[in-house]
Design a protein. Structure first.
Length: 350
């Protein structure tokens, strides 16, 4: 008698469903774990950025308060020098070459950054006016800018950015549905929900998905994975993947923003300030001491020009330069002026 063929065993539908559900649970838990890690990193990096920006403000404020008296005095002295040259060139009679030599001294002081650029009131000083006339530079800059923009191809909006905005809005609407003050009756809960919605609105306006998810987590507004069906878990996994992608972009943007802030002149100043402070050095005190040294030299230049105005020194002595510079060797002059003003001594001629 021929043996009957055994029918192939088919998996138990119930077991397959349980296995699929279990895999979805593991996947959702892994994605949720990744989300929590991203939220933690974003919060840490955001705090680091905010602290750095706050320290930039703090250092700038301290420089302003401690440095204002010295900087005001420097400004006053340089204005005196401007007034002295204006008086000398408008009231005293010089030969053409002598006048040009005096103008050259005045011009070089401005070009070296010892005093600020300023044109003379006299009509005979057209040469100096032209030297600091910004019109051509501005026109060229404007032409270059216009040319640049004319040759730029408009950048289309990235579809990914629109998708990110949609996901952020979905999270916002979900939280608004839960925490809208009008949906509760008692005044205490209304006040609590009003404060929560202020945070929600602020995060939404900033496009800050991480903050929205933090609020959701803080107030336990999220879904529990335990009671979700297979379809719900699939949708949950898809949503988590999309959220995590947005969070990764947000994290990278925060890191880039922090790098850019640190690379600015103000950011570099803060970094150097931190290093000096850790070494037990007061960098602002050092800066003010340097300003005081600069002030002494500029005061001597002011007195030197004043003596020439009062005819206490000859034209030859004036063109030779003040004692504070003449008495130094050429190398020392260059070192001091380069440290003070960032311009080689060869650019300054008396």
């Amino acid at each position: 008698m021929p043996r009957k063929k055994q029918a192939p065993q088919t998996p138990n539908p119930s077991s397959t469903a349980i296995l699929a559900l279990s895999e979805l649970h593991f996947r959702a838990e892994a994605l949720e774990k990744e989300r929590q890690w991203l939220l933690k990193q974003i919060k840490r990096k955001r705090t680091e950025l905010n602290n750095f920006v706050e320290q930039m403000r703090s250092v700038a404020t301290e420089i302003f308060h401690r440095g204002t008296p010295a900087f005001k005095k420097l400004t006053s002295i340089e204005q005196e020098i401007h007034a002295l040259f204006d008086e000398i060139l408008s009231t005293r009679k010089f030969g053409v070459q002598t006048r040009q030599d005096i103008l050259k001294v005045y011009r070089n002081l401005q070009m070296a950054g010892i005093i600020s650029p300023k044109s003379l009131e006299s009509e005979d000083d057209a040469e100096l006016d032209e030297l600091f006339e910004p019109q051509d530079c501005e026109d060229n800059s404007r032409d270059d800018t216009d040319s640049y923009h004319q040759h730029q191809t408009p950048v289309p909006q990235e579809p990914a950015r629109t998708e990110d905005s949609r996901k952020i809005r979905q999270t916002f609407l979900k939280l608004a549905e839960i925490f809208h003050p009008d949906k509760v009756a008692d005044s205490e809960t209304q006040m609590r929900h009003t404060e929560i919605m202020k945070e929600v609105n602020r995060a939404y306006q900033d496009g800050d998905l991480a903050r929205l998810l933090e609020i959701e987590q803080q107030y336990n507004a999220g879904e529990s994975l335990d009671n979700l069906s297979e379809d719900d878990l699939s949708r949950k996994c898809q949503s988590l993947e999309q959220h995590n992608l947005i969070l990764k972009n947000q994290y990278e943007n925060l890191k880039m923003e922090l790098r850019l802030v640190k690379s600015t002149p103000e950011g570099t100043l803060v970094s150097e300030y931190r290093q000096a402070t850790r070494a037990g050095i007061d960098p602002l005190a050092q800066m003010l001491a340097q300003v005081e040294q600069e002030m002494q030299i500029i005061e001597e230049i002011r007195d030197f020009v004043k003596n020439f105005r009062d005819k206490k020194i000859t034209i030859k002595d004036f063109l030779r330069g003040p004692a504070c510079l003449v008495s130094m060797s050429q190398s020392i002059q260059e070192k001091i002026l380069e440290e003070m003003f960032g311009i080689p001594m060869t650019n300054i001629q008396f």
